[in-house]
Design a protein around this ligand. Structure first.
Ligand SMILES: Nc1nc2c(ncn2[C@@H]2O[C@H](COP(=O)(O)OP(=O)(O)OP(=O)(O)O)[C@@H](O)[C@H]2O)c(=O)[nH]1
Length: 353
């Protein structure tokens, strides 16, 4: 029997550095033929676009397949299986498959999907890599309010989180084979070590930490873990286990799901004359509303390239990536992601004012 193709699942909360990690892997692939599945939250397909806009050799349209539904757990049959089968059916098979989950996805249902017979026969989960925004952890973004959680536990023992952010974050840690503590540049060594010992409590035994800035980790360390995670599901507890006893009876309308606690929409703008001013407005929006992530492309005057703008919490950055293509709608678009109940009208107004 032919050797199974290894697949690495890259998970981590919104803005942790998953796309940066994938980009670094493409740049340092060393001749390895990689294929990518990118799971997006929001309807613009920005992560895929950003990877394609990077201009790195060896990164072609065909190699980057987008899953547009954000929550892999509800779309395994409709979305994930056809996408991975598409990759497996190719004549020129990849040496390794990398899968980026959306920042709001629980990784376990995805790992579970590798037990589907069609997939299992050909692919194995080499490892689950969890990328962590160390700075956001330091700022307490994922921390529950301990008292509220305690009160909630007393009321209902099945519920142990008040905060859906923390629930997603914890699941991503519980599933990890390796954890990349990213954004090390924003913290000092002691702070990083503190976070490491704090997070270690949420990990399975033997899971290792790497520290990184801009997710610059040698792919040789990340790939080839040979974890066979699909055989090891019981060791990776998930909040999803409470929601579904059996994945087969999955319907698409659960209202008790983590991803239903989040919201996203797209804001369209025309030419952006003053990007600094826009960034300032966005920072104010993030401060005033429960916005977790903003990302998109800007149309700028006298520029033949589009400008990427993105923010995680209040930290924004911008750079020009690829030229606009012929026939492509030249306009500015931003995806805004936040907790459920975002005041879309007010946010749009604040951005477009
Ligand atoms: N200072 C700093 N910024 C970083 C680092 N890694 C990533 N970033 C920035 O953080 C932002 C998010 O990085 P991405 O790689 O897009 O994160 P992601 O996890 O793919 O984000 P989503 O797909 O939206 O969940 C970008 O603006 C990056 O430039 C880092 O190590 N240090």
């Amino acid at each position: 029997m032919a050797k199974k193709i290894p697949a690495t699942v890259i998970t981590g909360f919104l803005g942790a550095g998953k796309t940066s990690l994938i980009r670094h892997m493409i740049e340092n692939a060393n001749g390895k033929k990689l294929a990518f599945l990118i799971n997006e939250f929001g309807d613009l397909g920005i992560d895929r676009e950003m990877l394609l806009g990077c201009g790195i050799e060896g990164c072609t349209e065909d190699d980057i397949v987008e899953l547009a539904n954000g929550c892999i757990c509800c779309t395994v049959a409709d979305d994930f299986l056809p996408a991975i089968e598409g990759i497996l059916d190719r004549e020129d098979k990849p040496d390794h498959i990398l899968i980026e989950t959306s920042g709001l996805a629980l990784p376990k249902p995805l790992v579970k999907a590798f037990n589907w017979p069609e997939v299992r026969a050909q692919v194995t989960v080499d490892g689950v890599i969890t990328v962590v925004d160390s700075k956001a952890v330091k700022e307490g973004r994922f921390a529950d309010d301990e008292d509220a959680v305690q009160a909630q536990r007393e009321a209902d023992e099945n519920l142990d989180h008040e905060n859906p952010l923390e629930e997603v974050f914890e699941d991503q840690l519980l599933c990890a084979d390796m954890v990349v503590l990213n954004k090390a540049d924003l913290l000092d060594g002691d702070e990083i070590r503190e976070i490491e010992s704090e997070l270690a409590k949420s990990l399975r035994d033997g899971v290792r930490f790497l520290h990184a800035s801009n997710a610059a980790v040698d792919p040789a360390i990340l790939l080839g873990l040979e974890a066979a995670a699909e055989d090891d599901l019981d060791a990776r507890p998930s909040h999803h286990d409470h929601h579904h006893d059996d994945d087969d009876d999955h319907d698409h309308d659960h209202d008790d799901h983590n991803h239903d606690e989040f919201d996203s929409f797209t804001v369209h703008l025309n030419l952006v004359e003053d990007a600094d001013a826009l960034e300032e407005k966005l920072i104010n929006v993030v401060k005033a509303h429960d916005v977790l992530r903003v990302k998109g492309f800007l149309l700028r005057p006298n520029a033949d390239r589009r400008e990427v703008i993105q923010g995680v919490g209040p930290r924004f950055n911008r750079y020009f990536d690829r030229a606009w293509k012929d026939g492509e709608a030249k306009r500015s678009q931003l995806v805004v992601i936040g907790r459920k109940g975002l005041d879309r009208a007010a946010i749009e107004q604040a951005i477009t004012a």
